[in-house]
Design a protein around this ligand. Sequence first.
Ligand code: SF4
Length: 473
Amino acid sequence: MTAALPSSPPAAGAAKRQFLHDAAEHVRDVGHREFVRRALGGYYTSRDTQKARYRDWEQARDAASMAKWSAVNRLDELLPRFEAAFTANGGQVHWARDAEEARRIVLELLATAKAKAVIKSKCMTSEEIHLNQALEADGYGVVESDLGEFIQQLRGEPPYHFVFPCMHVRRDEISDLFGQHLGTPPTDSPEELTMIARRHMRRLYVDADVGITGANFLVAETGQISITENEGNARLTAALPRMHIAIAGIEKVVERLDDLAVLLPMLATAGAGQPMTCYNTLYAGPRREGEADGPEEMHLVLLDNSRTALLADAEQRDALHCIRCGACLNVCPIFKNVGGFTYGTTYQGPIGSVITPHLRGLKEWNHLSGASSLCGACTDACPVRIDIHHHLLHNRRNAARSSPDRLERIGQKLFAAVARRPWLFATGGWLFRKTLGLAKAIRPPVLSAWLATRDLPPAPAQSFRAAWKRRQR
Ligand code: SF4
């Protein structure tokens, strides 16, 4: 039901070739673009309504950014503090250097619990480590309990968008999917579709031995895990099975409970246009004596997976401030045209393009930083003020320094030689204007990719310098 566990790194340049191929396909798909545009239409209205309710949205952004800045710059102090408080609450912390270690820890915990069935709520970190594939390969039944993730699991697809996993799927497609997998009659009612999933899920919560969740924030002062959600499924996932395993990146830690007072509403407003997400729960360890519900054991897998390398990069460290609200995806013209799957990454859109080269290698994933109009809409939308579009430029610069493209360098040297000689530059311009029509007619291979989707505009009658001189006269 899910894609195979990656066993070896992809061939050099494969990710870029796939990206270019998929982007070209999606850009031509006007229906898909229109559907995504309409799906986001309601979001813009509600986001702006909710933002207007803040006395000063910009100051709230400053406060949210400061809370994350302060935590990310003191991870060495806050993570041990969190671990001590979480352990005192009865939980256990497991440190994972990379995806493989995190998968191994989870599989060992499942073996200790003699688990058979696992239920999950939304957890992008588990997508990052390809956990479902590893669990299924070991024979565990895994069910996603978040409605969007459940739909994607039935479709055999990864999330399309890390906040709205199935935003590209039409209602009638969901109805058909449920009919095919759950044997339910067709319906066009969103409420009925939700009820179908809910009825199917109820039994699974009770039968599951282990519940796996993500974490939105880890509070160092209290040792609590904060999870924010709209469906209540994470609460059931954490509370009903015998064992609760949460998986989170190390950058999720914040210092104080008070920090959530600004971060939770900002996350809801920027991400989904809500004043607050429906359920905001703090988990402080397993069930205690006298308590009616809760798991017998609670574990937290704290994942590094190249985050400390990003932390060491003072220029781009603030990418670790990300609270995964998805606002930058929702405003990105590239995302809206090429769609979520084209990125081929766990984290799509502008922030995905910034962090994926750090998580998975600059050489193979730098093309994502090139896929940007650099309009800065992402930076403007970010509730924690990450300088997203400049980080795309930083990635481009770092890639050019670490593995320069010979052809590009030759081209730049040639251009520099011409641009330094005004007479040569003017002659080149004249030649260009004279031959542009010819190029349009014969379509040389060097221009074919560009001309495939664009018309060549007619050449101007005179150069800019000639026009300027005339104007001065
Ligand atoms: S980079 Fe900013 S806008 Fe994008 S998901 Fe992260 S917090 Fe949200």
